[in-house]
Ligand binder design. Structure first.
Ligand SMILES: [Zn+2]
Length: 311
């Protein structure tokens, strides 16, 4: 168990990650469950060019690393991620894990049980994804609007993989189930500081936010720019409250952007005009600064916290 972070181009020291966006998707394609790393054929060059354009823009904002929690059932495409990383110089951390309960059920059936699913996650973290030789650096998991038996089983399988490899976990939440995720993972041996409770900014409840960080996990304000029903001003104000309450060292910021989405919306246009991975730098930092957040505090969220999370 070493502390190096697996990126798609090899291990990197947490100290070398630099500014890190902890939840962005380079490429998404629904309906690809269990059909990992699909060759993109003639479209590959155009997709690569689009993703490299985005990579260049976030590099200009000082970003050196992106964590991409795109699972097999969201179209995880390791060869593409590797090309984007090699050609842009951006570190990319890819994931193992699952995005939907139905994929978990299918995988469990195919592999022969929950333990075999955990073994697959462990293999992807320690040996590599398929025959790509690329090791995942993080475990992604999902729960729905309630944590049913299968969700619980998936949490336990992810916990087993985390304990076995030391890999951290990033979660997808619906509603306000972060504390339940934390409790179950912790019962299975995962230290709270190895967990990011993702999408916590879908809630405006300070009590909910406080409960997550007080339990020792990181909280994902990872949907800046996704403004349907939730303006960034509200997210920024919630973030400021947590800073004022002394929880700066638990805050993670990102956009959950999708740089190339097959049959999905195009980022940076129409209702998605602010949903792009430069948004935090262009719009949100000024909001925070106007509210009295210092440059050092902003840097802590972008650089110090990701480094500590991976250490
Ligand atoms: Zn996401």
């Amino acid at each position: 168990m070493d502390t190096a972070v697996n990126t798609v181009t090899g291990p990197v020291s947490p100290d070398a990650l630099g500014r890190t966006l902890m939840h962005e998707h380079v490429f998404v394609e629904y309906g690809t469950a269990l059909r990992d790393c699909r060759p993109l054929g003639a479209a590959h060059e155009q997709i690569l060019a689009t993703c490299l354009g985005v990579a260049a823009r976030i590099k200009a904002c000082g970003v050196a690393t992106v964590v991409d929690p795109t699972t097999t059932d969201l179209g995880r495409n390791v060869p593409l991620l590797k090309h984007v990383s090699e050609k842009s110089g951006l570190n990319i951390v890819c994931c193992t894990g699952i995005y939907s309960t139905s994929t978990y059920q299918a995988l469990r059936l195919r592999l022969g049980g929950a333990d075999a699913v955990a073994d697959l996650f462990i293999r992807e973290l320690s040996e590599g994804i398929g025959d790509s030789g690329v090791r995942a650096g993080i475990i992604k998991l999902v729960t729905g609007h309630e944590i049913d038996e299968d969700d619980h089983e998936l949490l336990c399988a992810c916990a087993r993989a985390s304990v076995a490899t030391g890999a951290p976990i990033i979660t997808h939440t619906e509603g306000m189930l972060g504390p339940d995720q934390q409790r179950i993972l912790h019962e299975q041996g995962v230290p709270p500081e190895k967990i990011i409770v993702g999408h916590s900014c879908i809630s405006t409840s300070f009590g909910y936010h406080r409960q997550i960080v007080a339990a020792g996990s990181y909280i994902g304000f990872d949907r800046f720019g996704m403004e349907g029903g939730m303006p960034d001003e509200v997210r920024a104000a919630s973030l400021k409250k947590l800073i004022d309450a002394g929880f700066l060292d638990r805050l993670i910021v990102s956009h959950d952007s999708v740089w190339y989405w097959v049959n999905g919306p195009k980022i940076g246009s129409g209702p998605y005009k602010n949903w792009k991975p430069t948004n935090f730098f262009e719009r949100v930092i000024p909001m925070l600064q106007y509210d009295g957040v210092s440059e050092a505090q902003i840097e802590a969220m972008l650089t110090g916290n990701p480094r500590r999370y991976f250490s």
